[in-house]
Design a protein around this ligand. Structure first.
Ligand SMILES: Nc1ncnc2c1ncn2[C@@H]1O[C@H](COP(=O)(O)OP(=O)(O)O)[C@@H](O)[C@H]1O
Ligand SMILES: [Mg+2]
Length: 408
C-alpha cells in the first residue's frame, strides 16, 4: 500500500463528501485484496487474533500447516481450532514469544512460531468518525496505545530439525561405536591368553591317565568352546558396529536375502516358523557391501524370529520401482506400541532381557550408508512390517520440476 494514503485519508476524514466515500471504499478494497494476495503467497503462516484469542485473520500457509479452513476459523478461538496450543500461557508475558512445536495433524511437522502482541495507537478522533466504532470509550489522547491482540508467525522447520536430529544420532552412534569397539578389543587379549593356557593345560593333562584324564579333557573342551563362542561374538560385534566404509560391488539382493535366511535354518525349524520368500527374479544388480547388507537383513530377521517366539510367518518380498529396489519383511510377531516404535533407533533401547538394543540402529546405519532408507510400520497385536529401500540408479543430482517445492 502506498505510504501516506491512509494518513491522508484520515486527515481528510472529516471533510470527505458522500460521493468520495465510494471511491475510497473501492480503493481500500483493492489494497486489501493486494495485501491478501501477498500474504497468501508467502511460505510463513500468519495468524492474527483479537485480544480474546479469537482468529481475525489467517493466511493460506497457516491453514495448510494446521489443516484448518479459513472460513470456519475466523471468529473462533485459536486454541479451540488448534488443540494443545496453550494460548493463555504463551501470551501472558505480554512480550514477544518464540517457541518450537511439533504438530501431528494433518502431517507430522516441526514448526517454529513467533508471537507478537499487537497494539494500536489511538489518534485524535476526527469529527467523531473514529469514535463511532467504539462508543463506550472516551476520546483517547493522541498516541495512547491499546492491546489489540496478537500476530503469530509460523515457520516450517521440519527439514532442518530432521537434519539436526540425524547429526545428533550419528554423533551418538559414533561415541557408542568407539566405546564398544574399545571394550570388544580389550576382551580380545584375555581371550587369546585363555586359549594359550588351555593348550598348556591340555599338554599337562596328557600326563594323567584313565578317568582323571578324560574328566580333565572334557572340562578343557567345554572351556575352549566357550572361548571360541566369545571370540566369535566379539568379532561379529566389532564387524557390525565398526563404521567401515561399505565396499561396493554389484550384487544380487535376492542372493543376500537367501543367505541371511539360511543362518536361521535350524532355529526356524525348531520354532515352527514359516519363512515365505517372494523374490522378484528380474531385479537389477545393486552396488552394495554384501557383508554389511547381510548383517542388516540378519538383524531384521532375528528380530522377527524373536518377536514370533513359536509359530508364525515371516514373509520376505523383494520388488522394485523406477529408482529403488525394496526388501519388505512382514512378520506375525505382534508388532509394537507406538511409543516403542518411536524409540527403536535409540541406542540400547530394548524390550528383551538379553537384548543389546543396537540391532535396528545398525540396520539403519548400513541402509543409510548405501543411500537407502528404512521404514517401519507396526500394527500392535498383529505384526511388524519393515521395508528397506535401496537406490539402484546412481544419481548425483536430482532435477527439480517446476512446482517441486523445496519442502519436499
Ligand atoms: N519384528 C519386531 N516385532 C516386534 N518388536 C520388534 C521387532 N523388531 C524390533 N522390535 C522391538 O524393537 C526393539 C529394538 O530392537 P533392536 O534394535 O534389534 O534391539 P534388540 O533386538 O537387541 O532388542 C526390540 O527390543 C523390540 O522391542
Ligand atoms: Mg535385535
Amino acid at each position: 500500500m502506498k505510504a501516506g494514503f491512509l494518513e491522508k485519508l484520515i486527515e481528510r476524514l472529516g471533510r470527505i463528501g458522500p460521493e468520495e466515500v465510494q471511491n475510497y471504499f473501492l480503493r481500500l478494497a483493492q489494497e486489501k485484496g493486494f495485501l491478501e494476495t501477498v500474504f497468501n503467497a508467502i511460505q510463513e503462516g500468519i495468524i492474527v487474533t483479537d485480544s480474546e484469542g479469537r482468529i481475525t485473520y489467517l493466511n493460506d500457509a497457516a491453514c495448510n500447516l494446521f489443516g484448518i479452513d479459513a472460513s470456519d476459523s475466523i471468529g473462533k478461538r485459536l486454541d479451540e481450532r488448534v488443540r494443545g496450543l496453550d494460548w493463555e500461557s504463551l501470551t501472558q508475558s505480554g512480550g514477544p514469544v518464540s517457541r518450537d512445536m511439533e504438530i501431528f495433524y494433518p502431517a507430522n511437522r516441526f514448526i517454529n512460531f513467533y508471537i507478537v502482541p499487537l497494539t494500536i495507537e489511538h489518534r485524535e478522533s476526527v469529527a467523531g468518525i473514529a469514535n463511532s466504532r467504539q462508543p463506550e470509550s472516551t476520546t483517547p489522547a493522541t498516541g495512547a496505545t491499546e492491546q489489540a491482540g496478537h500476530a503469530m508467525i509460523l515457520r516450517d522447520i521440519t527439514e532442518s530439525r530432521r537434519t539436526e536430529q540425524q547429526a545428533i544420532e550419528s554423533e551418538r552412534l559414533n561415541a557408542l561405536t568407539l566405546l564398544a569397539a574399545g571394550v570388544a578389543h580389550e576382551i580380545g587379549n584375555p581371550l587369546n591368553s585363555l586359549n594359550i593356557h588351555l593348550q598348556l593345560m591340555e599338554r599337562q593333562a596328557r600326563k594323567f591317565d584313565g578317568a582323571a584324564r578324560a574328566e580333565l579333557q572334557e572340562s578343557i573342551d567345554v572351556a575352549r568352546s566357550e572361548v571360541i563362542r566369545l571370540d566369535s561374538i566379539v568379532t561379529q560385534f566389532l564387524r557390525a558396529i565398526r563404521p567401515t566404509r561399505p565396499q561396493l560391488r554389484p550384487e544380487n539382493i535376492n542372493t543376500i536375502v537367501r543367505e541371511a535366511v539360511r543362518f536361521f535354518g535350524s532355529e526356524i525349524q525348531d520354532r515352527d516358523i514359516v519363512v515365505e520368500q517372494e523374490l522378484r527374479s528380474d531385479l537389477p544388480l545393486i552396488q552394495l557391501d554384501r557383508d554389511q547388507m547381510k548383517q542388516a537383513f540378519y538383524n531384521v530377521i532375528k528380530n522377527s524370529v524373536e518377536a514370533m517366539k513359536r509359530r508364525g510367518i515371516l514373509r520376505i518380498r523383494t520388488d522394485m520401482d523406477d529408482s529403488h529396489v525394496f526388501i519388505n519383511f512382514v512378520d506375525t510377531g505382534g508388532g509394537m506400541s507406538a511409543e516403542n516404535l518411536s524409540r527403536v533407533f535409540e541406542p540400547y533401547f530394548t524390550t528383551k532381557p538379553s537384548g543389546t538394543g543396537l540391532g535396528l540402529l545398525i540396520v539403519r546405519r548400513i541402509v543409510r550408508e548405501h543411500g537407502g532408507e528404512l521404514c517401519i510400520e507396526s500394527s500392535e497385536g498383529k505384526g511388524l512390517a519393515l521395508t528397506i529401500r535401496l537406490p539402484y540408479i546412481d544419481r548425483r543430482v536430482r532435477m527439480l520440476e517446476a512446482g517441486d517445492s523445496q519442502k519436499e
